[in-house]
Every structure is written in C-alpha cells, then in structure tokens.
Design a binder for this molecule. Structure first.
Ligand code: SF4
Length: 293
C-alpha cells in the first residue's frame, strides 16, 4: 500500500553541482521501487516523511517551463533521487509531461531507470539529441533481484535496452550496486554486449538504515559470505574491490573491451559495437559523478 499525494513544487528543475548534470529534475518525491540498498532514502528527512522508503509517493505539480531554449546544450539529469519510470508514472505521467515541456530545448538529457515503462516515451526521448538512457542491473538472478527491489524484472529491462539501442539511442547498463560475491559482473557485461554503448560499474556502499538491512539479509540468505562482508563493511578492507578491478581489467582485455578507470583520460570508443566499461568503484568517486543506482 503506497500513500500517494499531490504536492506543489516551485520549480521542477534544480541547479545541480553534480559534474554529470547542470540541472536535476525529480518529478516525484519518494521511490516505490523501494530498493533495500537505496542511497536516496535520505530524502525522507528533507520532506517530512516518516513512512518506510517506498511506502509513500508525492506527485509533483510545477509551473510550466518557459523559454526552454535557455537549456540548449545544458545537461539535465532526470531522476537523481527517484526513478522517473515508477509504475505510478503510467497514471500520473509527470515524467512525460516534463519531456513534453522540454521539447525543442536542445537540452542534453540523461536518465537512469529500473523499468521498461520508459518505452512509452521512446518517441519523445528520440527528439533529444544525444539523450542517454541507462538501466540499472546488478544481477541476472531474478530471485535476488526480487529480494532487493520492487522494480521490473531484469528480462524486461534488457528487452527495453535492446529496443532503445535498435532505435539508435545511447544506452547504458549501470551495474549497480555490485554485491560482493553475488553480482556476476562479467556475465552481465556479456549479456548486454551489442545492446549498449557503455557499462558503468559501482560498488555496494552501505550506510544508514540500509547497512543493517543488507547485512541481516546476507546473514540469512548468503551465510557463506558473512566473513567477506565483515572484512569489507566492518573492517573497511578494499582488497575485494582492488582484486575485482584488476580481474575485470584483464577479462575486458581478453574480450577486446575497453576498460576505463578515469573518464578524464578516455580518448573515446575504440571498438565499434562493443560497450566501453567505466569503473566507478569507491564511493567518493561516485559522489563526484553524481550517479544514482
Ligand atoms: S535505488 Fe533508485 S530505483 Fe531504487 S529506490 Fe532508490 S531511487 Fe528508487
């Protein structure tokens, strides 16, 4: 049961200090995908919600955007603290309204989703030059996925990615968050090869409420991983990530894939049709990149 209410917002676009976006836009407050590891749940504190994360949704109304040409060439990230394609979007259409209002602006849009409802807006999104649509996928196991979120199945996300890629849009597979010992990174990359242009990697970071929830889950479902999680999240040992980074770099080389650890040093894609892998391990870097999982 989700508590839904309508709220008035002064503006839908907020200036962002994130390097990936000049502006961010969140058509909703809250996120009914309710991921157990969600970093955006801190929003509860700022919006006066005491309900569980995922159990409420504020649907925003905002004044129509004017003179949208001023956003030409500016980067707008849609959904920095919510998923723009929640199931409720089908009814409320706030994200679609925003896309309609931004028509003709020339803004560089990007969005990250765990849904295939985004397919409904393929027509509108196609009109934005260079638009980036990323799907967050951190497993190919549907049972683990279902334990972690209430979003679309992995198969549906992959199908949507394929459709967008075939339609000529810039698609990304965001492998996030990587659960040590569970997320099968190489298999996921192999699965999305040919249907996305980039793969972004982010490690699992545990803090706040999600820390206890995830560690209890690991104890219950993956007891053989308890000592590994204790090393990483109790003692702060980074060996797992250093080793994974190294083995992925070697694996990517064998696969003929480009593996990039610093976007600033990247010279552009070298192999047509294969995704470039970007490693955003270590959360301090993710924060700088402003990526929501
Ligand atoms: S991680 Fe993303 S999709 Fe999941 S609840 Fe948080 S904002 Fe929503």
């Amino acid at each position: 049961m989700v508590l839904i209410k309508s709220v008035e917002a002064r503006s839908i676009l907020s200036k962002s200090n994130l390097p990936v976006g000049d502006y961010s836009a969140n058509p909703y407050v809250g996120c009914t995908h309710a991921c157990k590891y969600c970093y955006a749940s801190f929003m509860k504190r700022f919006t006066g919600h005491s309900e569980e994360w995922g159990a409420f949704l504020d649907v925003k109304n905002w004044p129509a955007l004017k003179k949208v040409e001023k956003y030409a060439g500016r980067e707008i990230l849609i959904g920095s603290v919510t998923d723009p394609y929640l199931p409720q979007e089908e009814h409320y259409g706030r994200t679609r309204l925003l896309l309609e209002q931004l028509q003709g602006s020339g803004a560089k849009l990007s969005l990250i989703t765990k849904s295939d409802l985004v397919e409904r807006d393929l027509d509108l999104l196609s009109t934005f030059p260079g638009v980036t649509v990323a799907w967050s996928i951190n497993t190919l196991q549907e049972d683990f996925r279902a334990d972690m979120d209430c979003a679309a199945s992995i198969e549906r996300r992959l199908k949507a990615m394929e459709h967008f890629h075939k339609a000529g849009l810039r698609t990304v597979c965001f492998i996030s968050p990587i659960f040590p010992g569970i997320t099968e990174v190489e298999e996921i990359i192999s699965r999305v090869r040919g249907i996305c242009v980039e793969v972004w990697l982010e490690n699992l970071n545990l803090r706040g409420h999600s820390r206890g929830v995830i560690l209890a889950y690991i104890r219950r479902k993956y007891p053989h991983l308890v000592s590994l999680y204790r090393e990483i999240y109790g003692r702060g040992d980074k060996t797992y990530w250093v080793d994974l980074d190294l083995s992925l770099a070697q694996w990517a080389a064998r696969q003929g894939l480009t593996y990039v650890t610093k976007r600033t040093n990247w010279q552009g894609p070298t192999q047509e049709g294969s995704p470039t892998i970007f490693n955003y391990f270590y959360h301090e870097l993710i924060k700088k990149c402003g990526i929501r999982n």
